[in-house]
Design a protein around this ligand. Structure first.
Ligand code: NAI
Length: 334
């Protein structure tokens, strides 16, 4: 039995989390959830944004499944998501995007994995506001050590999973210092994996190529902000934010969560698609070595996705979050 920290989050988080835990229970997955939460709702109840009990649970279990947590825009507290990623050095944000039979999109044959550096760059939190001069400085700190770790992780993943190519997306033509650190780190990692093709593309061209011919990409590695943007773009290529999984991985801890946010526009209405969080939970099962349970649930999910009527509204269906989860459960033993 695996003890897993479960962070439901807020917005649509609790609805999609319930769908996933219901499916896991029906599939008799050997996990035991230890529920802890963070964010504004937790603060309102306990006076703590990130309770010590959550940190203790993460440090003990080392594996978590997390729903989205709202971050106030412009003012207010710092992102809980970014804080946890930095605190535990979860330097890899791994986000696979793949076309799925049954999900209608403009593209076919996409199967790419994005490696976003998850702790540095413009998300370092190094910001200064000079009221008198009216100047804001937000510093994109990139370290050689951090760049080496993420680039090596992308190549190691490519090698382990039989992938052929790693593409670095950067802006080293303009952001010469920070951009070049990552470019050099990738060139260095490439020499260790001669069987993997390495190419680099400037981020603007990368965006165009991704919408024009996305099937040419295999593994993509990039800095924090570019990765945040590209992963939503990639989600749009394969069916939207409701279907794309993610994982924050460090050397000693992994937190699995969907690419999407708390979706306040649909929260509490039973409209949210739990596929993205479910797929994140399946990544978690592979991480735990529970491949068979992951494969069984994935088969049931794919069968359900082929039946559009049984899907949620974002995929053109009419089902609520819980009806969609029930449809997956009924496909489990078919
Ligand atoms: P969002 O990803 O929450 O929503 C963007 C659009 O996609 C909305 O129209 C939403 O309804 C739709 N969508 C998202 N997930 C969906 C799902 N599972 N099923 C169906 N439709 C879905 O992005 P937004 O609105 O920019 O951010 C809302 C909040 O979430 C912000 O406070 C942001 O900071 C936070 N956020 C948190 C993240 C995390 O916890 N890891 C990641 C991204 C954003």
């Amino acid at each position: 039995m695996h003890l897993i920290t479960l962070i439901p989050g807020d917005g649509i988080g609790p609805e999609i989390t319930k769908a996933v835990t219901d499916i896991f229970a029906a599939a008799q997955v050997p996990v035991q959830w230890e529920e802890q939460n963070a964010g504004q709702t937790t603060f309102d109840q306990s006076g703590e944004l990130i309770p010590q009990a959550l940190l203790s649970s993460l440090e003990k279990n080392r594996v978590a499944l997390k729903g989205p947590i709202t971050t106030p825009v412009g003012k207010g507290f710092r992102s809980i998501n970014v804080t946890l990623r930095q605190k535990y050095d979860l330097y890899q944000n791994v986000r696979p995007s793949k076309t799925t039979e049954g999900i209608k999109t403009r593209y076919e044959g996409i199967d790419l994995v994005l490696f976003r550096e998850n702790t540095e760059g413009l998300y370092s939190g190094l910001e200064v506001w000079d009221e008198r001069l009216g100047i804001a400085d937000s510093i994109a700190r990139i370290t050689v050590a951090g760049s080496r770790k993420i680039c090596r992780a992308a190549f190691a993943y490519a090698a382990k999973h039989g992938r052929k190519k790693v593409t670095l997306a950067h802006k080293a033509n303009i952001i010469k210092m920070a951009g070049t650190v990552m470019l050099n780190a990738c060139k260095e990692a490439a020499t260790e994996f001669p069987q993997i093709v390495f190419e680099d593309k400037i981020i603007d061209n990368m965006c165009m190529q991704l919408v024009n011919k996305p099937e040419q990409f295999d593994v993509i590695v990039t800095t924090n902000l570019f990765g945040d943007l590209l992963s939503d773009l990639c989600a749009g290529l394969v069916g939207g934010l409701g279907v794309v999984a993610g994982a924050n991985i460090g050397d000693n801890m992994a937190i699995f969560e969907a690419v999407h946010g708390s979706a306040p526009d649909i929260a509490g209405q039973g409209k949210a698609n739990p596929t993205a969080l479910l797929r994140s939970a399946l990544m978690m099962l592979h991480h735990l070595g529970e491949h068979q349970y992951a494969d069984t649930i994935e088969k049931a999910l794919e069968a359900t996705l082929k039946d559009q009527e049984k899907c949620t509204g974002d995929l053109g269906g009419k089902a609520s979050t819980s009806e969609f989860a029930q449809a997956i459960i009924s496909n489990l033993n078919k």
